[in-house]
Design a protein around this ligand. Structure first.
Ligand SMILES: Nc1ncnc2c1ncn2[C@@H]1O[C@H](COP(=O)(O)OP(=O)(O)OP(=O)(O)O)[C@@H](O)[C@H]1O
Ligand SMILES: [Mg+2]
Length: 500
C-alpha cells in the first residue's frame, strides 16, 4: 500500500492512505482528513490542475444523493476532496445481480443524471468506472472532469470521452450534449446487464467506427427474458439519432421502474449474422441508400420474428412505417417526398410490389423494403435486392434456448430432431403441455396431442392415428384411468384435460 505519511502542500489537510487510481486525470487517493475519510484527487500537472478547478466548479452547482459531493478543494486545483464511498465499482457490483436490482440502481443513477441535466450540465463521460456504489445500493456519479455547462461553455475541440461508451455523434466529431449522455447511460445499463458495452469487440479500434456504421445487438438477445419495455428503453437510448432517444433524463427513473412490469421479451436465438446484416441496412438507408430485402424461407423459420425485430430497430431510428395498402404503385410519390427514412414491410410478391421495390433501388430512395415470402424473388435479386433466409437452429442454440427457459438441457437433441431446427416448430414443441407428461408411449402422446387442441370423435381419432376404433379405445383406456382424457357425448368424443 502506498502512503504519504503527512499532510503536505500537495494534499492540504489530508493524509493519503491508499492509491485508488492513477489515470489521465491525476491520482486518486483514499485519504484521511479532519472529518474522516475522503477520496482525494491530486493533480500532477498544470493541465490536471486546470481540470480539477473545472471539476470543482461544476461540483459547486450540484447537490444530489446520487452525484458525488465535494468536501473541500484547493482554489489552485492542486487537490479536490470528495466524499469517500466504500464499496465496489459498478462493473464488479453488477456481476450476478438480478434485473430488478440492476434496474433500481440504474433508476437512481438516472435521478442523478436528471439533476445534472436540470442544472445545465452534461457529464460527457458516463461509464461504469465513473460510478461508485455503496453497500446500500446507492450509486453516485463521479468524475465530472469533462462535464460541461452546455449553454455557457463552448464545445470541446476533438474527441473526449471513452470508447465503448461514447455516443456515435461524438465519434463523428459533433459536439456532445444532453442526448450524448443519454446514449452513454444506455450503454452503461447495457453493460450492467450483459457484462460489456453495446459494441464489445476485441479490437478497440473497431469501437471508433462500429457505433457509426451499425446498430447494437438488442440487449435482450444477450440477457434473455428481459422485460420488453426495458429492452425497448435501453435500445431507444442507443439510437443513432440523438433526438430519437427517449428523454429528457428526468423521465428515465420512472420509465425504468415501470419497465419491470412489462412481459418478457420473447427469447430469440441464432440468426446472428442475418440480424446484424439487417441492422446494417437500416444505417445504410439512414445514410441515403435504398434497400430491398427478400426475407424468405418456410413457415416457422423465423422470417416474421426477424422482420419484427428490424421494424422495431427502424422505428427507434426514426423511420416512418408506410403501409402498402392495395396499390403499391401509389406509394411511390410518398416515398419520393418523404423527409425521413421510410420502412415498408409486406408479405405480397405481386407486380406492384416488385415495381415499387425496383424504383427504391433505382432511385436510391431512402426506404427499406422488407418482403416476407416463402421463396426467393429472382427479378429483384438481379436488381440488387438482398436475399436473407433464417438458417435452421443448431444444437448449441437449442441448448441456449432451453437454458434461458430453465428447461433440462438433455432434451436439446430430441427437440432439434423433432423440430428440424425450425424455430416455429421448436416453439410449438416447447409450449406443448403433453411434452411435460412422463410415462407415455408414442401413440398415447400422439392421442393426447390431438385431443389437447379440442374434443375429437373416436372415429376421427382412429383415422388420424391409423388405428382401428377398438385399438383406439384400448389406447385411450389407461389415459382415461389416469384422468388425462375424458369422454364426451357418451364416449363418442374424447378430450384431453390438459391446460391449453
Ligand atoms: N468518491 C470516491 N469514493 C471512492 N472511490 C472513488 C471516489 N472517487 C473516485 N474513486 C475511485 O477512483 C477512480 C478514478 O476516479 P475518477 O474517475 O474521478 O478519476 P479520473 O482520473 O478523472 O478518471 P479517469 O481514470 O477516468 O481518467 C474511480 O474509478 C474510483 O475507483
Ligand atoms: Mg474516471
Amino acid at each position: 500500500m502506498e502512503t504519504s505519511p503527512q499532510p503536505s502542500p500537495q494534499t492540504g489537510p489530508f493524509r493519503c492512505l491508499q492509491l485508488l487510481s492513477a489515470g489521465a486525470g491525476g491520482m486518486v487517493w483514499r485519504a484521511e482528513g479532519p472529518n474522516g475519510l475522503v477520496a482525494l484527487k491530486v493533480a500532477q500537472s498544470e493541465h490536471q490542475q486546470a481540470a480539477l478547478r473545472h471539476e470543482t466548479a461544476i461540483l459547486d452547482w450540484v447537490d444530489h444523493p446520487n452525484v458525488i459531493r465535494k468536501v473541500q478543494a484547493h482554489p489552485s486545483g492542486a487537490w479536490l476532496a470528495l466524499e469517500y464511498v466504500e464499496g465496489a465499482g459498478l462493473k464488479e457490483w453488477s456481476r450476478g445481480k438480478g434485473v430488478a436490482r440492476v434496474v433500481e440502481v440504474a433508476a437512481r443513477l438516472a435521478e442523478g443524471l436528471a439533476h445534472l441535466h436540470g442544472n445545465g450540465i452534461a457529464h460527457g463521460d458516463l461509464k461504469p468506472s465513473n460510478v461508485v456504489i455503496d453497500d446500500q445500493d446507492r450509486p453516485r456519479i463521479i468524475d465530472l472532469g469533462i462535464a460541461r455547462l452546455v449553454e455557457d461553455e463552448p464545445p470541446p475541440a476533438g474527441f473526449r470521452g471513452t470508447l465503448g461508451f461514447a455516443a456515435p455523434e461524438v465519434l463523428a466529431g459533433r459536439p456532445p450534449g444532453f442526448a450524448t449522455d443519454l446514449w452513454s447511460f444506455g450503454a452503461l445499463v447495457y453493460a450492467m446487464l450483459t457484462g460489456h458495452p453495446p459494441f464489445a469487440d476485441r479490437d478497440p479500434a473497431a469501437l471508433t467506427y462500429l457505433p457509426l456504421s451499425s446498430l447494437p445487438e438488442p440487449v435482450s438477445a444477450l440477457s434473455p427474458g428481459l422485460p420488453r419495455a426495458l429492452d425497448e428503453l435501453i435500445m431507444g437510448l442507443l439510437a443513432r439519432q440523438p433526438d430519437a432517444r427517449p428523454g429528457p433524463a428526468s423521465l428515465l427513473p420512472e420509465a425504468l421502474r415501470q419497465s419491470l412490469r412489462s412481459p418478457p421479451q420473447p427469447i430469440l436465438v441464432g440468426m446472428r449474422r442475418e440480424r446484424e446484416a439487417l441492422r446494417g441496412l437500416i444505417v445504410a438507408v439512414q445514410q441515403g441508400e435504398g434497400a430491398v430485402v427478400v426475407l424468405h424461407g418456410p413457415e416457422g423459420c423465423g422470417r416474421r420474428t426477424l422482420a419484427a425485430e428490424i421494424q422495431a430497430a427502424a422505428r427507434r431510428e426514426g423511420f416512418v412505417r408506410l403501409s402498402l395498402g392495395e396499390r403499391a404503385r401509389e406509394l411511390l410519390p410518398e416515398l419520393r417526398a418523404a423527409t425521413q427514412p421510410t420502412l415498408v414491410v409486406t408479405e405480397s410478391r405481386d407486380r406492384g410490389v416488385i415495381e415499387l421495390a425496383s424504383r427504391v433501388l433505382a432511385e436510391r430512395l431512402r426506404c427499406l423494403v422488407i418482403i416476407v415470402t416463402d421463396r426467393p424473388m429472382v427479378t429483384l435479386g438481379k436488381l440488387g435486392a438482398q436475399h436473407i433466409s433464417p438458417p435452421a437452429l443448431q444444437l448449441d442454440q437449442v441448448r441456449q434456448l432451453l437454458s434461458a427457459m430453465h428447461r433440462p438441457m438433455d432434451q436439446a437433441e430430441g427437440l432439434l430432431g423433432a423440430s428440424k431446427g425450425n424455430p416455429g416448430a421448436l416453439a410449438a414443441l416447447l409450449s406443448d403441455p403433453v411434452r411435460e407428461i412422463v410415462g407415455l408411449s408414442d401413440d398415447e402422446r400422439a392421442l393426447l396431442q390431438l385431443t389437447a387442441r379440442g374434443p375429437m370423435t373416436v372415429e376421427a381419432l382412429a383415422e388420424r392415428l391409423t388405428l382401428g376404433e377398438h385399438a383406439l379405445i384400448d389406447l385411450a383406456e389407461p389415459l382415461l384411468d389416469r384422468g388425462l382424457l375424458v369422454e364426451l357425448d357418451d364416449g363418442e368424443r374424447l378430450a384431453a384435460t390438459l391446460p391449453r
